[in-house]
Design a protein around this ligand. Structure first.
Ligand code: ZN
Length: 120
């Protein structure tokens, strides 16, 4: 993903330390915004899939399994994209994603403060 590469560059390059810090902050804020935007898009896509499935039922023109699978695969691809961005963001921020509940936990915690899952 080009966007990801750009983000990685923004985070890792820069000569002046002060402007580098600023660039990093901006890049991390942009990344966070992109993640939540993509999460909203996933939610919309799932809603739309449900709506078209229901409409197809209501209009007696039921969607084929292929059509449904295609849409599900697209949503799955979006999930994977978000997961990749989140991983980047977390490693930049020094956060660890809890495998049980998905909470972002600061590095150094042995247990997740949200759900108590053992992290290490
Ligand atoms: Zn947890």
């Amino acid at each position: 993903m080009d966007f990801l590469d750009q983000m990685a560059k923004k985070i890792s390059t820069g000569t002046n330390l002060a402007s580098k810090k600023t660039d990093e902050l901006i890049a991390s804020a942009e990344l966070k915004m992109t993640i939540s935007k993509m999460e909203n898009e996933i939610e919309d896509a799932i809603y739309q899939l449900g709506e078209s499935m229901f409409n197809s039922f209501a209009s007696n023109n039921i969607m084929s399994v292929n059509e449904i699978q295609l849409k599900c695969k697209e949503i799955q691809r979006m999930y994977k994209g978000v997961a990749r961005l989140k991983k980047n963001y977390n490693s930049y921020k020094g956060l660890v994603g809890c495998r049980a509940c998905g909470a972002d936990v600061e590095e150094g915690f042995r247990y997740c403060p949200s759900c108590g899952n053992k992290l290490y």
